[in-house]
Design a protein around this ligand. Structure first.
Ligand code: FAD
Length: 317
């Protein structure tokens, strides 16, 4: 890998839907492309991908295998591992260090590193994440329809989440937990959608065998449920990339900072020249199909940027 002078047209950091679709677009645009991927796609613990037209219900692992096979037909190279540092070498050219010790050069960078879901600190939640502890009704709502669903309020979003999930089940309970005090208007809205409210903090999950059956409150009460909805904090994954100078912007939901993202324009250009971005790292609410589409757009923006540079160089020569 270490030819000192060779620079890929594009190095894509992250091989989820965004990075792979970007690679497909750039490979088909006859660019030399390297994907470096640490293999921690956000939805890896989930059983299936939903709401992806043409692939409804496919397992995340099967989706990635299929996508990687398609991408490899266009000469894209992929290595498993992490980019541990990335910095500008000259102009818009970059030099990257991988955890393997390899060093690679790139004319442009495309960040498709996704985000990290930081879960509420209640015992049992992390272990059951993506199985019975959920966040997104468009990902899991149909599969758990009409079941007793708890919503754990950890901020103002709790009320809105409970109202949202009541579209999929008429047995939704909002646990006030550490969320703000509910005013009369919030209570009336919840009542209008038959959402029950349980005051007090949830201290643990009640699991029988390997199945979630309830939530336990700090004062000893217990409430039946099969699934618990939480609001993770969504943190853009930029570990090791600080030398690029990318800013992470706060993401607010219902007046509360609930995560961070790297801002990019519709063609994926970030505020840092030569660095493009797509997928969850740029938008915390993006789904698989949306991330793939963002990858395509960012790849097209990156390709155009290279064409402009090549044209200028040819004219100068
Ligand atoms: C539990 C769960 C279930 C979901 N279910 C659905 C669903 O059913 N349908 C749907 O549309 N969406 C679903 N989503 C959302 C979906 O996971 C995301 O929209 C999608 O994964 C975003 O794709 P991405 O390419 O931006 O990031 P990711 O898929 O997260 O991929 C990012 C990749 O970058 C790698 N990476 C990060 N930093 C580095 C680095 N420094 N060096 C090398 N590699 C790096 C990571 O290891 C990872 O492999 C779900 C999310 C969760 C949490």
């Amino acid at each position: 890998m270490t030819d000192e002078h060779f620079a890929y047209d594009a190095v894509i950091i992250g091989g989820g839907a965004a990075g792979l679709n970007a690679a497909l677009t750039l490979g088909r645009a006859r660019r030399s492309v390297l994907i470096v991927d640490a293999g921690q796609q956000r939805n890896a613990p989930a059983r299936a991908i939903h709401n992806y037209l043409g692939h409804e219900g496919i397992a995340p692992h099967d989706f990635l295998s299929l996508a990687e096979r398609e991408v490899s037909r266009f000469g894209v190279r992929k290595v498993s591992g992490s980019v541990v540092s990335a910095k500008r070498e000259t102009g818009t050219h970059f030099i990257l260090a991988l955890d393997s010790g390899d060093v690679v050069r790139a004319r442009r960078l495309l960040l498709a590193t996704g985000l990290v879901d930081e879960l509420p600190d209640v015992p049992g939640i992390a272990e059951r994440w993506a199985r019975e502890v959920l966040h997104c009704p468009y990902c899991h709502g149909w599969e758990v329809r009409e079941q007793p669903i708890g919503v754990l309020a950890t901020g103002p979003a709790g009320v809105e989440q409970a109202l949202l999930w009541s579209q999929w089940s008429d047995r939704v309970t909002l646990f006030a937990h550490t969320g703000p005090e509910l005013d009369a208007h919030a209570r009336a809205r919840l009542a209008a959608r038959s959402v029950q409210v349980v005051e007090g903090e949830v201290s643990a999950l009640d699991v029988v065998g390997d199945r979630l059956v309830g939530a336990l409150l700090a004062d000893g009460r217990r409430v039946d449920l099969t699934h618990l909805v939480v609001a993770p904090r969504f943190t853009a994954r930029v570990t090791g990339l600080s030398e690029l100078g990318l800013a992470v912007t706060d993401w607010e939901m219902f007046g509360q900072v609930a995560g961070g993202y790297v801002a990019a324009d519709p063609q994926g250009a970030t505020a840092v020249a030569g660095v493009f971005a797509a997928g969850n790292v740029t938008s915390v609410t993006e789904t698989v199909i949306g991330s793939a589409a963002g990858g395509l757009r960012a790849a097209a923006g990156l390709n155009l940027d290279l064409i402009r540079e090549d044209t200028q160089r040819a004219m100068t020569a």
